[in-house]
Design a protein around this ligand. Structure first.
Ligand SMILES: Cc1ncc(C[n+]2csc(CCOP(=O)(O)OP(=O)(O)O)c2C)c(N)n1
Length: 661
């Protein structure tokens, strides 16, 4: 605890001097953190917040490592022990703790997970979704809330209308303990009891460790919002002083031992500072790492950016090779005719057969088979352990899938409609997409999030959204859209095999409207590849999903009525897009039209056209056919919003009447 106090003060000072970044001190919370850390075994996991350096050090993370982290290097966030990295968005790491605990329970281990949080975090939805899910599934998680009396400048009285944070647990039927968080033995005891319950399969526990943040919220915070009387009062309860006094009284410690321990700690701190000095230069110079961990393999556009950043010239990039489309693709053979729902169901059954690590989770996916029946029969066939009916908790569905994937499983979760993905936005954007880069590749999130999307079948508001462009802007997560049954099955196989998280958007109108031959042999269509479906020399049309079928119809009409040959490309992977296939086509046609149903501004079409325009300079003609820049209207008017064949034909004719540059 003394080391922690001295190290904390040192980092806070370094931060004030501008020698490390913003730091969040833990002064005053040493007993809570050390007591909790001591109660865990090496097989257990810790899911920390940004203020839990004490738990991490207790778990064997080195001071050198921690200092690298505070100095701003991802290298400091990679741990040998079973700790997840430090993340910033409050409470959003809690669903990962639940998922990790689930992964341990599924494999029958005795390990449990300590999920750290503050009092402020208990106001967040992710806290409530995580508590609920952990309690429903009786998972081995210990929620350790260090109630340090402040959430930046907000006291618990403005955070909740109950007397004690521990009361939060009542709502979930979860046992709760309220302990003196400045008494290291009391915290140890409480966490140890909770771990015993967890290991015995008795489920989660909530612990409120009542403590006080003696320092500011961060190294930049002068804490003007609290009064001196309160600070003095808590200073009397300083855990460091209390522990030392107790040990001296019991004869377990002496002043002389204290002095020599203090000088040893100062020595350790100096060594950590020297290590940082020595490392800083070599780590800063290694710029390439920022490009290397966004994806398992950098897509071409990112490889080009890496090249541009690291070399003086914007050279052609040769290091990246796209995955090939298999020769057997689109060949006929043994198989059967089916719609997309059946093809998706077939693929899910195939992956569940092939690997015990694959799990399905989502609302109503069991007895109902999902709202579109894609998972029909799978829970009955593979059991409730592998096909889990989840609470109505999109963030917990995606967040616990992240945790399960970090724990060695491959979660395929279902969000009923893409318009409800927004509730899980944070999990996809801040976590699924970032784990690889935040840990320099030591953690990846091989999960798939399936969601039905798009308009055209008169669904209510929010059930017809096309949110793909939001994710195009998010490095680290891949987005795919199948055009029909055969592609759906092949793409789902590839998505589940992928070590990157994949958002799998299923066009609602195509679920049952197209029947196609699907071969008996399992196929996989590579992520990151677009496919040319129709050749043509006059214009390139790029589309995907439902609109692709309108683009194909438009191409026929253009040929029949206008004598124009349109090359039609199915983008398939929306993010990151296969620009090479489009560029090669554009090199021939010199005209490009993009077609999608999501709004035009900032859409997928805008990005593709921008990238092609950058490659070709001033050359070319471009047009975007897209949903209007309005929220998708209620069903009665959705066809006014959605692009139709005549708009596509009009756009192409508009381009073709101007001569090529
Ligand atoms: C989702 C989110 N909102 C806001 C913030 C900014 N922020 C950082 S710490 C903090 C207060 C957290 O309070 P608490 O959970 O009690 O933990 P403590 O800082 O006291 O350890 C806030 C609001 C954040 N990091 N994440």
């Amino acid at each position: 605890m003394y080391f922690l106090r001295a190290f904390d003060e040192k980092i806070a000072n370094l931060s004030l001097q501008g020698r490390v970044g913003v730091y969040t001190p833990l002064k005053g919370q040493e007993a809570a953190q050390v007591g909790a850390g001591l109660a865990l075994g090496s097989q257990d996991w810790v899911v920390p917040t940004f203020r839990d350096m004490g738990v991490l050090l207790q778990r064997g993370v080195s001071p050198e490592h921690m200092l690298l982290f505070w100095a701003g290097f991802e290298e400091g966030n990679v741990h040998d022990t079973r700790n997840l990295p430090i993340t910033a968005p409050v409470a959003t790491q809690l669903p990962h703790a639940v998922g990790l605990a689930w992964s341990e329970a599924l494999c029958g281990s005795q390990a449990c997970v300590l999920a750290c949080l503050g009092d402020g975090a208990t106001s967040k939805g992710d806290f409530h979704e995580s508590m609920n899910l952990a309690a429903v599934q009786q998972l081995p998680v210990i929620f350790l809330c260090q109630n340090n009396q402040w959430a930046i400048s907000t006291p618990p009285s403005k955070q909740m209308a109950i007397d004690a944070v521990a009361q939060r647990a009542d709502a979930y039927g979860m046992p709760a303990h309220r302990v003196d968080g400045n008494d290291v033995a009391a915290v140890y005891q409480s966490v140890a009891e909770a771990t015993s319950r967890a290991r015995a399969g008795e489920g989660p526990t909530f612990i409120e460790a009542v403590t006080y943040r003696l320092g500011g919220h961060s190294s930049q915070d002068a804490s003007h919002y609290r009064n001196v009387k309160e600070e003095l009062c808590w200073a009397q309860l300083d855990p460091l002083m209390r522990t030392k006094t107790k040990l001296l009284e019991c004869g377990l410690w002496s002043e002389q031992q204290q002095r020599s321990w203090e000088s040893h700690c100062q020595q350790l701190i100096s060594e950590a500072c020297e290590h940082l000095k020595a490392k800083r230069r070599s780590l800063s110079e290694n710029k390439k790492v920022i490009f290397d961990f966004a994806y398992e393999t950098a897509p071409t556009s990112l490889a080009a950016q890496k090249h541009a950043c690291l070399s003086t010239q914007h050279d052609i990039v040769t290091e990246h090779t796209r995955p090939p489309i298999p020769n057997t693709w689109r060949r006929e053979g043994e198989g059967q005719s089916m719609n997309m729902v059946s093809a998706l169901q077939l693929a899910l059954g195939e992956v569940l057969d092939a690997s015990q690590e694959v799990l399905l989770m989502g609302q109503d996916i069991g007895a109902l088979g999902g709202v579109f029946r894609v998972t029909e029969g799978l829970q009955a066939r593979y059991g409730e352990r592998r096909g889990v009916d989840m609470p109505l908790s999109e963030s917990a569905i995606v967040g616990s899938s992240i945790g399960l994937s970090l724990g060695g499983y491959r979660a395929v979760c279902e969000v009923q409609f893409a318009g409800f993905l927004y509730s899980a936005f944070e999990q996809l954007i801040s976590h699924a997409a970032r784990f690889r880069s935040r840990t320099q590749g030591s953690h990846s999130v091989p999960m798939v999030c399936r969601a039905a999307y798009g308009g055209g079948v008169h669904t209510p508001e929010s059930h017809a959204d096309s949110p793909e462009a939001h994710f195009l802007h998010v490095p680290g997560v891949k987005v795919v859209v199948p055009r029909g049954p055969r592609m759906a099955r092949a793409l789902l196989h590839a998505s589940i095999q992928s070590d990157d998280p994949v958002l799998f958007l299923e066009p609602i109108p195509l679920y049952r409207s197209i029947t196609e031959h699907v071969p008996s042999a399992i196929e996989s269509f590579p992520l990151g590849r677009a496919e040319i479906l129709r050749g043509g020399k006059d214009v390139t049309i790029v589309s995907y999903g439902t609109m692709l079928h309108r683009a194909l119809k438009a191409a026929t009409q253009l040929q029949d009525e206008h004598g124009l040959e349109a090359e039609v490309i199915d983008l398939v992977t929306i993010s990151p897009p296969d620009i090479e296939t489009i560029a090669a086509s554009f090199a021939r046609t010199r005209r490009l039209v993009t077609v999608h149903e999501s709004p035009r501004t900032g859409g997928v079409g805008a990005e593709i056209i921008a990238q092609i325009a950058e490659l070709y300079g001033e050359v070319g003609c471009f047009a975007r056919v897209a949903g209007w820049d309005t929220p998708i209207p209620f069903p009665a008017r959705e066809q006014t919003y959605l692009p139709n064949v005549s708009r596509i034909v009009q756009a192409v004719c508009g381009l073709c009447t101007t001569s090529r540059p």
